[in-house]
Design a protein around this ligand. Structure first.
Ligand SMILES: Cc1cc2nc3c(=O)[nH]c(=O)nc-3n(C[C@H](O)[C@H](O)[C@H](O)COP(=O)(O)OP(=O)(O)OC[C@H]3O[C@@H](n4cnc5c(N)ncnc54)[C@H](O)[C@@H]3O)c2cc1C
Ligand code: FES
Length: 263
């Protein structure tokens, strides 16, 4: 089920400079369980005269208790700066929830490693919360350049073990997420990842190296329509054909993709 609503901003938080966490009130008619982890919303930027296309932002979390949809946004341009300028009580034009998300019903999978980098950690919070609710074992592996890049750690900690890496060694293990010791010390049935594409390709390669067959990646290709009409978001699949990330993704099993480096 897809919705198009002008949602009321219930709360605005600033986890660090240049980032905003918007909590949007969901109307009573919205069935919360329709919103899959890994799906995204298309937002119309208010008071942004040069930004007429909607901007895609991942579902960060769905709070069932107060019926809010959370979006964690990095300010990089006019659209995202317009979202950051919102205040509680403002309204935001929103089409949701779009695309295909992460799998939540894999029958044999008990243990999950959810690997995020930068603002790509955003969709993993909701995914981890649903897996935790199902009784699956969740480990989050979150990476950033410096400790200040690692956000929502208390929220992640509610749903699983949290492992951290920073490139400068200020928090967690020093280096990239693929170098963390947890890959060597524990077994996982499933890996899911979101972040910069080179990081996700390295994570897919690492999963294959340690013998994990199921690896899912959430792609953040540039998008315009968000509905499969303009073809500006395409990615090559394993057969060499173009697939629309907005409609057939954004989450793919990496084996569906032409990411040669992980094979
Ligand atoms: C499925 C999906 C989910 C996303 N989820 C989130 C999220 O949860 N939080 C978040 O902060 N961002 C997310 N993004 C990225 C976000 O959509 C872009 O940062 C945003 O559209 C930029 O709009 P703007 O008007 O502020 O910047 P623009 O003025 O349009 O661009 C500013 C700069 O950002 C770059 N940029 C624009 N879009 C992207 C993109 N998709 N990936 C990388 N660089 C981009 C541009 O090339 C340019 O250099 C997601 C993107 C996709 C496709
Ligand atoms: S964004 Fe238009 S087809 Fe995907």
């Amino acid at each position: 089920m897809k919705y198009s609503h002008s949602l009321v901003v219930a709360a605005v938080e600033r986890p660090r400079e240049g980032y905003v966490l918007l909590k949007l009130r969901l109307p009573a008619e919205v069935s919360l369980s329709d919103i899959e982890p890994g799906q995204f919303v298309e937002l119309l930027a208010p008071r942004a005269p040069h930004t007429f296309l909607r901007r895609p932002i991942s579902v960060n979390f769905v709070d069932y208790a107060d019926r809010t949809l959370w979006l964690l946004i990095h300010e990089v341009g006019e659209g995202t700066r317009a979202f950051s300028a919102l205040s509680p009580g403002d309204k935001l034009d929103c089409v949701y929830a779009l695309g295909h998300g992460f799998p939540i019903d894999l029958p044999e999978a008990e243990s999950y490693l959810l690997v995020g980098g930068g603002v790509g950690t955003a969709p993993l919070l909701y995914y981890g919360s649903l897996l935790h609710e199902q009784g699956r074992k969740v480990t989050f592996l979150l990476g950033g350049r410096r400790s200040v890049d690692l956000m929502q750690l208390d929220d992640f900690g509610r749903y699983g073990r949290v492992c951290l890496t920073t490139e400068d060694g200020s928090t967690g293990e020093r280096g990239f997420v693929t170098a963390h010791s947890v890959w060597a010390t524990e077994h996982f049935d499933v890996v899911a990842t979101c972040g910069p594409k080179p990081m996700m390709m390295a994570v897919a390669a690492k999963a294959a190296e340690v013998g994990i067959d199921s690896c899912y990646a959430s792609l953040e290709n540039l998008m315009a329509c968000g509905l499969g009409a303009c073809l500006c978001c395409v990615e090559k699949n394993a057969d060499g054909h173009n697939v629309c990330v907005c409609k057939e993704g954004p989450v793919f099993n990496v084996r569906q993709l032409s990411w040669q480096s992980y094979k």
